[in-house]
Design a protein around this ligand. Structure first.
Ligand code: MEV
Length: 330
């Protein structure tokens, strides 16, 4: 069984002298949480998969003597004038420059991301990862997983308050991961899994969704802790299904997990409607993914043809866009 720890590698190392004239690039992909969102905040396990088709790119160059600038879809201008929405990017850039030994560097940072933000797909973590990788490449450094994770968590803390850390891991590794209490392990996949991701068209704030669950846990601890325990159980069972390649049971667990997430207030009528539409169109199972209260639904298809039909059904049911992604057998 492949169950390698991803977190205990050596520290960042310099591979050659930095060339300030260099233009360097960094990339990261989106992620989808298959099981365990919200419960993972309380130390339960979660399972995340990479969404390779959706990515964020960063490009960086030194601009000595000129103040640092950012150019992105959201904002173009001096870093000091960046709006609140860019605060996680600015924090990530600063942390990356500090970690690589040049905190006062004057740079031009360009960001392009195809990952829609506030959709539970890890957009903020992917952008921060792309930025950190670009800064490291520019400084001719190689960042190990743990150092990269620390930089991205700095940005994620600005974006989401107290993130569990799963997004920071999931956008930076090409493998499905089991994540728990800061520790990420790659897991084997017994059979090819094809997922359709459907955008609900509504923003979902992870910070607000996490705060909502925390409030519910304060006011209704029995119910909320029971739901968290049930999500943990479903996640462990689902990891066994992923390993054995049992799509049918895996799908059923997705639908069960959606019902538990709905019971702690993070679904919406739109998300419930998309789950229903996916099941009616033949999905093995479907659930919201990520923080919820908006964002996306994830559905498990039986084949490439079934995924096409599922995507069409989800768009017909109102999803403004869908993406299909596969997790390959290992
Ligand atoms: C967000 O992708 C997943 C949540 O569990 C929050 C977190 O883990 O930090 C909702």
């Amino acid at each position: 069984m492949h169950n390698s720890s991803l977190s205990n590698q050596s520290a960042a190392s310099t591979v050659r002298g930095a060339d300030p004239g260099t233009v360097a690039h960094g990339h990261a992909h989106a992620k989808a949480i298959l099981f365990g969102e919200h419960a993972v905040v309380y130390g339960s396990p979660a399972l995340a998969v990479p969404l390779h088709g959706l990515g964020a790119q960063a490009e960086i160059r030194a601009t000595p003597g000129r103040e640092s600038r950012i150019e992105s879809q959201l904002f173009a201008g001096p870093v000091r004038a960046a709006p609140e929405a860019m605060a996680p990017v600015v924090a990530g850039l600063q942390a990356a420059l500090e970690t690589t030994g040049d905190p006062d560097a004057e740079v031009l940072l360009r960001i392009r991301s195809a990952i829609p933000h506030s959709r539970g797909l890890g957009s903020s973590a992917a952008v921060a990862t792309a930025v950190a990788r670009a800064v490291a490449a520019h400084r001719a450094r190689v960042l190990d997983h743990a150092t990269l994770h620390t930089i991205v968590q700095t940005a994620e803390t600005v974006a989401h308050g107290r993130p569990s850390g799963i997004d920071a891991w999931a956008v930076a590794t090409h493998l499905p991961i089991r994540f728990q209490a800061g520790q990420a392990n790659a897991i084997d996949v017994g059979d090819r899994l094809i997922f359709v991701v459907a955008d609900s068209g509504h923003h979902g704030s992870t910070a607000e969704a996490v705060a909502g669950v925390r409030e519910l846990r304060d006011s209704q601890p029995g119910h909320t802790n029971g739901a968290i325990a049930r999500l943990a159980e479903i996640t462990e069972d689902a990891i066994a299904d992923v390993r054995s390649g049992d799509r049918v049971t895996l799908g059923q667990r997705m639908t069960q997990a959606h019902a538990v997430l709905a019971s702690i207030g993070v679904s919406t009528p739109t998300l419930d409607g998309l789950v229903e539409a996916a099941l009616s169109a033949g999905a093995h199972g479907a659930k919201l993914t990520g923080g919820g209260r908006g964002g996306c639904v994830l559905a498990l298809a039986d084949s490439d043809e079934a995924a096409e039909a599922l995507a069409l059904a989800l768009r017909t049911a109102g999803a403004p866009r869908t993406w299909t992604t596969e997790v390959s057998a290992t």
